[in-house]
Design a protein around this ligand. Structure first.
Ligand code: DGL
Length: 274
C-alpha cells in the first residue's frame, strides 16, 4: 500500500528547514508540510512547560493536514517535549532530532571529547549529554548555550564580522584548552546555516555534526518499518506554513532551503494563541 499523506515537520522558525531539506533529499517522493512558529520564536530561551505547550499547539495544527508522522525539527522542542508529544499523539509516530544527533556525534569522535552548542533550554536539560552518555559512557561532553546564533541565522547573517565575533566569544573557551573536543555538535537546527564560520573558528580539524542527515535516515527507517512510506514515483510537494512573518520566512528560509520560496508560498496559520 502507498501512504501518500504528508510528513509534518515543525520548528520555532526557519532553522528546521535544514532538516526539511535533508528529508526531501532522502525521500523526494514524500509530501512534506513544514510549520515555522515564527510568532513565538525563540523557543530556546523559554521554560520546558512553555515549549511543550507551544509544541502541542503546533502539532495539533499539523494534524489538520492529515500527517502520517511528526518530525520535531527543533532541538529545544525535542529536548523537552518529545515524550509528552509521543504520549499525546500516540499511535502517530513522533521523531525528534536529539537521538540521531547523538548517534552521529559518537560515530564521529576519535578522542571521546565532544562539544555541544545549543540553545539555553537544550543545554539546561542536558539532552545531548544524556543521549551521548547512553551510547558512550566514557565520553567527555562540554556544552555551551549560543542563543545569539539563532538571531543571526533568522536575520540571514550567516557569515561576516559580526558572526565571527559571536563565534569567537562562544567557541574559544571550548576549543582553546587542553583535550579540546575533536567533534562539535550543532545542537540547534539553526546552526548548520552558520557552519562555515563555526568551522573556521573551531578549527579545521574539528568535525561538525548536525542531526539533519541522521534524522532523515531515522524517519525513512520508521516509515519503512511501519509501512507508511509512499510508493509514488513522482516528486512530492512541500507546503510551508508559518504563524507570522511570511516575507521573512520566504527570504531567509529560501537561503536555508537552497531554493526560492515566495512569500505567497507561505500560508499564515492561526494556532489560536491564548
Ligand atoms: N531551532 C531551534 C532548535 O533547534 C531553536 C531556535 C529557538 O531558540 O527557537 O533548538
Amino acid at each position: 500500500m502507498s501512504d501518500n499523506r504528508p510528513i509534518g515537520v515543525f520548528d520555532s522558525g526557519i532553522g528546521g528547514i535544514t532538516v526539511l531539506k535533508a528529508l526531501r533529499a532522502r525521500m523526494p517522493h514524500e509530501n512534506l508540510v513544514y510549520l515555522g512558529d515564527m510568532a513565538r520564536l525563540p523557543y530556546g530561551t523559554k521554560s520546558a512547560e512553555t515549549v511543550t505547550a507551544y509544541s502541542l499547539q503546533t502539532t495539533k495544527h499539523l494534524l489538520t493536514h492529515d500527517v502520517k508522522m511528526i518530525v520535531i525539527a527543533c532541538n529545544t522542542a525535542s529536548s523537552v517535549a518529545l515524550a509528552p508529544l509521543q504520549k499525546a499523539l500516540a499511535p502517530l509516530p513522533v521523531i525528534g532530532v536529539i537521538e540521531p544527533g547523538a548517534d552521529a556525534a559518537v560515530k564521529a569522535t576519535k578522542t571521546g571529547h565532544i562539544a555541544v552548542i545549543a540553545t539555553e533550554a537544550t543545554v539546561r536539560v542536558g539532552a545531548y549529554v544524556r543521549a551521548i552518555h547512553a551510547r558512550a559512557p566514557d565520553a567527555h561532553v562540554l556544552q555551551e548555550p549560543c542563543a545569539l546564533f539563532v538571531t543571526l541565522a533568522e536575520e540571514g547573517w550567516l557569515s561576516g564580522d559580526v558572526v565571527e565575533a559571536a563565534a569567537h566569544r562562544y567557541l574559544d573557551p571550548l576549543f582553546n584548552r587542553k583535550n579540546a573536543p575533536d567533534t562539535l555538535v550543532l545542537g540547534c537546527t539553526h546552526f548548520p546555516a552558520l557552519a562555515k564560520t563555526i568551522r573556521k573558528v573551531a578549527g579545521r580539524g574539528v568535525r561538525l555534526v548536525d542531526s539533519a542527515e541522521t534524522t532523515a535516515r531515522a524517519v525513512e527507517d520508521a516509515l519503512d518499518i511501519q509501512g507508511l512510506a509512499t510508493k509514488r514515483k513522482t516528486r512530492g510537494k512541500t507546503k510551508f506554513l508559518a504563524t507570522d512573518s511570511a516575507e521573512r520566512f520566504a527570504r531567509v528560509g529560501g537561503i536555508f532551503f537552497g531554493e526560492v520560496i515566495r512569500p505567497k508560498d507561505v500560508e499564515i496559520v492561526d494556532l489560536q494563541f491564548g
